[in-house]
Design a protein around this ligand. Structure first.
Ligand SMILES: NC(=O)c1ccc[n+]([C@@H]2O[C@H](COP(=O)([O-])OP(=O)(O)OC[C@H]3O[C@@H](n4cnc5c(N)ncnc54)[C@H](O)[C@@H]3O)[C@@H](O)[C@H]2O)c1
Length: 254
């Protein structure tokens, strides 16, 4: 079950955290993986890990926020069966302390970046006779999270784009779903704790762990397992859905 043998998968932000776990798992399941990354050194390291396990992977350096770069990369890749829109950045703040520059930065990577990859990938998926797309949303798309104004905006847009793509390409056999993790322990989390809570790292890590009713953060591998299922033929009846991977965050936090 869950074989991706013979499939080509494009994973954005595959050089770290959740994207790295998805890249490694998809390669292990037989896919040829193309990592689209801002940070080519991190991506090259993941490609090395995949090759060591006997898998196939390639690095493509690009900023997903730049449409010309994205179009060029997808032109180089050509045939494609799976797109995982995973690249994303964090931001902490409410509406009053979110500057226009911050808002635009989060928008350009998390929203426009996903749009650019959808724009580039869909014609290839159609030509291929179908395919699957998974977008990384967040619990912030579904519940109000303190001080995540711009980030929540961006993940709400991911959820809405997921529905739109799923509807528009039903006839082209393109399935599109999203995943909404709660806190997952990745460099993304360590980075924003260090940046926003310097000196209180341990206290905040513990607080963030306990905000999941299950009592801990998720692992990148737990998110990758769901991404694999959604991209596999076994999930052939599933489109236009969002799946929380959240340790009970959305439904059990009372
Ligand atoms: N970690 C969490 O708790 C969590 C929770 C919910 C949702 N998410 C979402 O999951 C996704 C992955 O998160 P993560 O924690 O693995 O992050 P991460 O920071 O560990 O990795 C993100 C990767 O994306 C790359 N990237 C960033 N901007 C890019 C750009 N403009 N173009 C190309 N690549 C770019 C980075 O270089 C990095 O390798 C994000 O969309 C994030 O919003 C994460």
């Amino acid at each position: 079950m869950f074989s991706l043998q013979g499939k080509t998968a494009v994973i954005t932000g595959g050089g770290s955290g959740i994207g790295r776990a998805i890249s490694r798992l998809f390669a292990r399941q037989g896919a040829t993986v193309h990592i689209v990354e801002l940070n080519p050194d991190a991506a090259a390291q993941v490609v090395g890990e995949i090759e060591q396990e006997g898998g196939k992977a390639q690095v493509h350096q690009a900023n997903v926020a730049e449409q010309q770069q994205v179009l060029h990369v997808f032109e180089q890749i050509g045939k494609l069966d799976i797109l995982v829109n995973n690249a994303g950045i964090a931001h902490v703040g409410n509406v009053e302390n979110t500057s226009e520059a911050d808002f635009e930065r989060v928008y350009s990577v998390n929203v426009k970046g996903a749009y650019n990859c959808l724009y580039a990938a869909v014609p290839h998926l159609k030509a291929q006779g179908g395919g699957t797309i998974v977008n990384l949303a967040s619990i912030a798309a579904h519940v109000g999270i303190t001080d995540r104004f711009a980030y929540s905006m961006s993940k709400g847009a991911i959820f809405a784009m997921t529905l739109s793509i799923a509807r528009d390409y039903l006839g082209d056999k393109i399935r599109c779903n999203s995943i909404s993790p709660a806190r997952v322990h990745t460099p993304f989390v360590d980075g924003f704790i260090a940046k926003n809570y310097a000196g209180r790292e341990e206290e905040i890590f513990d607080k963030l762990s306990k905000s999941q009713p299950i009592g801990r953060m998720g692992t990148p591998e737990e998110v990758a397992n769901l991404a694999l299922f959604l991209c596999s033929d076994e999930a052939g009846f599933i489109t236009g859905c969002d799946y929380p991977v959240d340790g009970g965050f959305i439904k059990l936090n009372n």
